[in-house]
Design a protein around this ligand. Structure first.
Ligand code: ZN
Ligand code: ZN
Ligand code: ZN
Length: 319
């Protein structure tokens, strides 16, 4: 009788706690708990140079040089499937060593199943060097790239050596063409305007459980793109968007040479979106000068007050 009573009490408690947990579950979460279906994990949020930036002695980087907790790595996402224990990353950054270590710590899986690259700027592909014979010496690691990026890697050392020695196995992508990483995860690359000196630039749409996330770490001004970004935001569930600079004048140089959409401009452009659509917008790829890197800054408060979000390192995105 005592046992039955105890079981009933335990049962009652477990029911109540389940009921209580349900409404708190958020779409975006930094919780440690691993989701039971494929998800995205944020491994880095800064612009190509990371934060702080090499040699920067200005106010923007001062605290970050002193305190490693404030330092941020270059923008990088992992796509993780806990069912098949597969994992991929989008972009091979100069911080790939720390980022893959973070991924391993969080998922318990060391193996990497492939890399999707956005473009040939230093923050987005140079981490590939760690897969050569000096370090990992991987065997045919799949690297998904667009045609010009493929050509760039095949034709230029040291990258061409990775191809020749079959450390990496280049998989050619076609823009606007959806392909599967596995039965649960679909990917669609799409071209975006950006300083395309060595390769074209793509953003990626990640589709899991009929939900989707777009990742556009680098793009020129929104009006240079034939796609209407506001309409695209309405169609997806998460939009991780270029937030290199917060506002004009942030750099003491002609900023039209590096025409990223300022966060202030993006927020203006998206101001007519519904609250729900605004919540989908998550800014990422912060330059060291961007005050959004500083916790509690006026800029951060402004973004949240206007109904938008910031991507956080270690964040898990559930679908
Ligand atoms: Zn970049
Ligand atoms: Zn700085
Ligand atoms: Zn770039």
């Amino acid at each position: 009788m005592k046992n039955i009573l105890l079981i009933s009490v335990v049962f009652l408690f477990s029911c109540t706690s389940q009921k209580e947990e349900a409404p708190i579950a958020e779409k975006t979460s930094t919780e440690e708990e691993i989701p039971n279906t494929a998800y995205v994990m944020v491994l880095g949020i800064a612009q190509d140079a990371g934060y702080p930036q090499m040699n920067c002695k200005k106010e923007c980087c001062k605290q970050a040089w002193k305190n490693p907790d404030l330092q941020r790595t270059t923008s990088c996402l992992a796509i993780v499937d806990p069912i098949s224990k597969e994992q991929w990353i989008i972009d091979a950054t100069p911080n790939i060593k720390e980022q893959l270590q973070l991924l391993k710590q969080k998922t318990g899986t060391e193996k990497l199943d492939g890399i999707l690259l956005t473009h040939a700027h230093m923050g987005h592909y140079t981490g590939l060097m760690h897969f050569g014979r000096e370090v990992m010496g991987t065997d045919n690691l799949p690297v998904f790239v667009m045609p010009k990026m493929k050509n760039f890697l095949e034709e230029n050392g040291p990258w061409s050596q990775l191809v020749k020695l079959e450390n990496i196995n280049i998989k050619a992508l076609k823009s606007d063409s959806t392909f599967r990483l596995n039965e649960r995860i679909k990917i669609k690359p799409f071209l975006v305007p950006h300083r395309d000196e060595f390769s074209e630039t793509v953003g990626y749409e990640i589709m899991i459980n009929n939900k989707s996330l777009i990742f556009i770490p680098d793009i020129d001004k929104w009006e240079k793109w034939e796609t209407d970004i506001s309409e695209l935001i309405k169609k997806v569930d998460y939009a991780f968007l270029d937030a290199t600079f917060y506002k004009n004048g942030e750099l003491k140089r002609d900023m039209s040479e590096i025409p990223h959409p300022f966060v202030k401009e993006s927020m203006g452009l998206f101001s007519d979106l519904t609250e729900t659509d605004k919540q989908k917008v998550h800014f990422i790829h912060f330059n060291h000068t961007n005050p959004l890197l500083i916790e509690g800054s006026t800029a951060q408060k402004e973004v949240f007050e206007k109904g938008f979000n910031l991507v956080k390192e270690g964040q898990m995105i559930r679908f």
